[in-house]
Design a protein around this ligand. Structure first.
Ligand SMILES: *Cc1c(COP(=O)(O)O)cnc(C)c1O
Length: 402
């Protein structure tokens, strides 16, 4: 590392709260699927800002749309209407098949809203104040208190006291484990159709069908967290659409704004009519014209470039390359995931492999200590997959097999 990055890092370390173990790199600009650090080094990016930059960096249409909106108005508050929000809501409904939209500033905030809607829905039916939520072990739903309460990783919750939601945890794809924690107080089940942070584990169709039927029978609300697996990443606009199992409430964020902080929770008309009302929920920034102009620009680019279709073409190639790596390196024990959301499970920590890859100009991200996660831009091409696989191959050989 040179002087420039060292100086920036040393300063940041003195001022920022130490909540992240950051890589010792200062990123300065991006172009397509490549990133450049402050000293000009180029990286192939298979992390995409954690599954955010669906069409890569510095997209001219995206930049133009944002610049245009900045020239008009970027914030109004929710005391007023704005055209970009009206348009984005209509379009989100069209791609999701849901009926009502609430815009948030982040993923965790979308999960908060989804939980509040579900609990209010149940409260309107029976006035109980002790409703329970069922979530999955190894799930990840965000770091705010409500989202944390449904996050199935004890490590994240332990130091933070009593959680606001009374949550029972079941195992993904194990319907009996879900039945075991079901009570007459259960008001919602929250599931990631493909678990992201928890290790790239796809929910199985049969499991989701059973959960859907159970929820219908008991009037329990099914919430799908599509924050990471949605927006085309698994080959359909939202991962659940492949199975046709519609949730009652859905969350989205990450690629929704492609770098502009925005999320949303969406619901069916039934939930919309019977949950959050004026005064129940709000946010100052949520749905502001800049954020919604970003959503509209994102959706324009998805349509124009058929990004979801492209995932269908390039993802099998990634699957093949990862299979080749697994075949070659016995320290890789499993390959899993869907579309451009895949993982390689190693029999030991992957930190050294990721560090070595970064050294060689490839940015990767882990999911837990021993899984490498592949969540590149949806615009990735086969040649980029080849480049990634060659570097990763060398990094594994040099670190784990040296
Ligand atoms: C990232 C993520 C969140 C949290 O989103 P933030 O924008 O970081 O608050 C929630 N759920 C899932 C599945 C995620 O991947």
């Amino acid at each position: 590392m040179g002087e420039k990055m060292t100086a920036i890092i040393e300063q940041a370390e003195k001022d920022l709260l130490h909540t992240y173990n950051r890589y010792q790199i200062v990123l300065e600009k991006g172009e397509g699927v490549y990133l450049y650090d402050a000293e000009g080094k180029k990286y192939l990016d298979f992390m995409a800002g954690i599954a955010v930059f669906a069409f890569g960096y510095n997209h001219p249409d995206f930049n133009a749309a944002l610049t245009d909106q900045i020239g008009k108005i970027i914030h109004t508050s929710n005391y007023f209407y704005n055209e970009p929000a009206a348009r984005a809501a209509r379009r989100l409904k069209a791609i999701s098949g849901m009926d009502r939209v609430f815009f948030t500033n982040s993923g965790a905030e979308a999960v908060e809203g989804a939980l509040k809607a579900a609990v209010k829905y149940a409260w309107l039916k029976d006035s109980r104040r002790d409703h329970q939520v069922i979530a999955m072990n190894n799930s990840f739903h965000g770091r705010t208190y409500g989202a944390l309460s449904v996050t199935g990783n004890e490590k994240y919750r332990l130091p933070f006291g009593t959680m606001p939601c009374d949550v029972r945890f079941a195992d993904l794809n194990d319907f009996d484990s879900l039945l075991a924690v079901l009570t007459d107080k259960t008001c919602a089940v929250i599931i990631e159709p493909v678990q992201g942070e928890g290790g790239l584990v796809p929910a199985e169709e049969d499991f989701l069908k059973k959960v859907r039927a159970l929820c219908d029978e008991k009037d329990i609300l099914l919430i799908f967290d599509e924050i990471q697996c949605g927006m085309g990443r698994t080959g359909s606009m939202f991962a659940w659409q492949k199975f046709g199992i519609r949730p009652d409430i859905m969350t989205t964020a990450k690629a929704l704004g492609c770098g502009i902080p925005v999320g949303a929770f969406l619901m069916t008309e039934k939930v919309g009519q019977n949950s959050l009302k004026a005064g129940d929920h709000g946010t100052t920034y949520g749905g502001n014209p800049l954020a919604c102009a970003a959503i509209n620009a994102v959706l324009d680019i998805y349509e124009k470039e058929d990004l979801v279709g492209h995932v269908g073409e390039v993802a099998p190639y990634l699957t093949g390359k990862l299979a080749w790596l697994k075949e070659k390196h016995p320290c890789i024990t499993e390959q899993r995931g869907r579309g451009l959301m895949q993982g390689l499970v190693f029999d030991r920590p992957v930190g050294p492999v990721i560090a070595s890859a970064m050294d060689k100009g490839l940015i990767l991200i882990n999911a837990g200590a021993s899984i490498i996660r592949f969540v590149p831009a949806l615009t990735i091409e086969k040649e980029h997959v080849d480049e990634m696989a060659a570097i990763l191959d060398a990094a594994i050989t040099e670190t784990l097999e040296a």
